[in-house]
Design a protein around this ligand. Structure first.
Ligand code: AP5
Ligand code: MG
Length: 191
């Protein structure tokens, strides 16, 4: 198995690059943001609860997301590997993921961290907000999402740095050039 975490702040291109990576490497895409938005759209009890946090740019409680990941891993036992997009977002989530993967004897192989300046993040998300219909793509909530990232998510980078799994990738430039840089790191690990 090959397990990859695509890491980075809101708007760094995790979703965009995941689409290309899953196609090339046949990995199963797990985006907690996408799963949560589907729960919100279906008005499930989980979605109703999660929406309160998402609309404010706050992280959904760890136990909710960890439970979602656990069921998703169980639902695809034959996967060649997973790409985690937007998860883990806290050190507690990173710990939980390590424990879940230990049962499968297939740890995280690499964490690719997309580096994008704050001005670029804001301008990308504001532009996306004009077309996406996402309730969290407006200026006030974008600022809160970035603040939440610095407070709770950036320590996850140190967590993986300590395990020598973190590779930083410049996340500005064309989608193709960033994709090529990501593939070079993945290929080096697969060899
Ligand atoms: P989530 O859906 O994960 O959102 P996010 O992290 O805020 O990131 P985005 O999806 O907005 O950005 P992205 O990095 O995927 O960039 P994208 O490719 O879209 O989370 C949403 C909410 O759900 C959270 O706030 C939280 O409440 C909750 N949640 C989710 N996971 C959670 C967890 N694990 N724990 C707790 N709560 C959780 O690109 C952005 C834009 O830029 C696009 O318009 C794209 O076209 C454009 N773009 C991409 N690449 C480039 C480029 N190279 N040049 C120019 N533009 C580009
Ligand atoms: Mg995304």
């Amino acid at each position: 198995m090959f397990n990859l975490v695509l890491f980075g702040p809101p708007g760094s291109g995790k979703g965009t690059q995941s689409t290309n990576i899953i196609e090339k490497y046949q990995l199963v895409h797990i985006s907690t943001g996408d799963i949560l938005r589907a729960e919100v759209a279906n008005e499930t009890p989980l979605g109703v609860e999660a929406k309160k946090y998402m609309d404010q740019g706050m992280l959904v409680p760890d136990e909710v997301v960890i439970g979602m990941i656990s069921s998703k891993l169980d639902a695809t036992p034959d996967a060649k590997g997973f790409i985690f997009d937007g998860f883990p977002r806290t050190v507690a989530q990173a710990d939980a993921l390590d424990n879940l993967l230990e049962f499968k004897n297939s740890p995280i192989n690499i964490v690719l961290s997309l580096m994008v300046s704050e001005d670029e993040l804001k301008s990308r998300l504001i532009s996306r907000g004009e077309v996406s219909g996402r309730s969290d793509d407006n200026e006030d909530v974008i600022v809160k999402r970035i603040k939440e990232y610095h407070a709770k998510t950036s320590p996850v980078a140190d967590y993986y740095k300590g395990k020598e799994k973190l590779v930083e990738i410049p996340g500005e430039g064309t989608v193709d050039s960033i994709f090529n840089a990501l593939c070079a790191e993945i290929d080096a690990k697969l060899d």
